[in-house]
Design a protein around this ligand. Structure first.
Ligand code: AMP
Length: 286
């Protein structure tokens, strides 16, 4: 596995890796991450490994997707452990750049993905998806992959990136991968390390609430308000949990559903535990 720090190093290593075989546009799978890698990230690497002749991972805590009150400086980092995880998954190439490499002095172009990026996470974290869209566009431009792998854990982010790729006619297939959970149901997240033992145990109310609503939907409950209320009451039963939103929205537009929820509706939540903000979701009907 080759670890690179600059765009030039990355491209040289990529071209050498693919020399004589496919081009990046034909054979490179890209897995963008912010590091502190866990099984969720590793599932993306495995999927890329199975589908692509070469796999590249980026490790970059992207400052532009954090707001002034977000956790950029305290975001967990452990590059040595991350590199071990990448090597264990058979990754060929890693790009772990400095902030200046990705945002050189004077860089002023940003990518903004319209209404999809202004609701839910975008409303709670103004500018967040502009940061995401900008960095993902740059990472696609740097690597030139045929496929980019992203988790359904960040469902809205996945939608924003799909729209970005479509609108800008980027020659990349955006591949969505299922949410990986801890055995007790908590969605894996780099931010779970912030949780105290008590918060960690109360955070289970999130996946429990989503599961209960999903089961109710399977049993025939279709009323959007009732399904949202089910999730909310399970979360609010946890004294340390502060739900920011409980949304049941159209999968294409992310507009809140007013009446009945059909298959494919996205049930998603953001919940605060003191300084830690967790998100999770389920797609009704699978
Ligand atoms: P992050 O490092 O949090 O920016 O995440 C990098 C990629 O891993 C994103 O596409 C995430 O959606 C994905 N990811 C994070 N957590 C999980 C999880 N629990 N299951 C599946 N994918 C995940």
């Amino acid at each position: 596995m080759i670890v690179t720090r600059t765009v030039a190093e990355f491209r040289a290593a990529r071209d050498e890796l693919l020399a004589g075989g496919q081009t990046a546009r034909e054979g490179l799978g890209l897995v963008p991450t912010m590091g502190y890698l866990h099984e969720g990230h590793r599932s993306l690497m495995r999927r890329a490994r199975a589908e692509c002749s070469a796999v590249a991972v980026t490790i970059f805590v992207n400052p532009t997707q954090f707001g002034p009150n977000d956790d950029f400086t305290r975001y967990p980092r452990d590059e040595a452990r991350d590199l071990e995880a990448c090597a264990a998954e058979g990754v060929d190439l890693v790009l772990a750049p400095s902030i200046e490499e990705i945002y050189p002095e004077g860089a002023c172009t940003t990518v903004s993905v319209g209404p999809l990026s202004r609701v839910l996470e975008g409303a709670a974290r103004p500018g967040h998806f502009d940061g995401v869209a900008t960095v993902v566009t740059k990472l696609f431009a740097i690597a030139g992959p045929c496929r980019g792998y992203f988790g359904q854990k960040d469902a809205q982010q996945l939608m924003v990136i799909r729209r970005l790729a479509r609108d800008l006619v980027l020659p990349v297939d955006v591949v969505g991968c299922p949410i990986i959970r801890e055995p007790d149901g908590l969605a894996m997240s780099s931010r779970n390390v912030y949780l105290s033992p008590e918060e960690r145990s109360q955070a289970l109310g999130i996946s429990r609430g989503l599961r209960q609503a999903e089961a109710a939907w399977v049993d025939g409950v279709r009323d959007a308000d009732s399904l949202r209320a089910l999730v909310r009451s399970e979360i609010e039963a946890q004294p340390l949990a502060r739900p920011e939103y409980v949304s049941l929205a159209d999968t294409e537009t992310l507009e809140e559903l007013a009446g009945l929820a059909g298959p494919g509706a996205l049930l998603s939540v953001a919940v605060r535990f003191a300084g830690t903000r967790l998100i999770d979701n389920v797609v009704l009907g699978g």
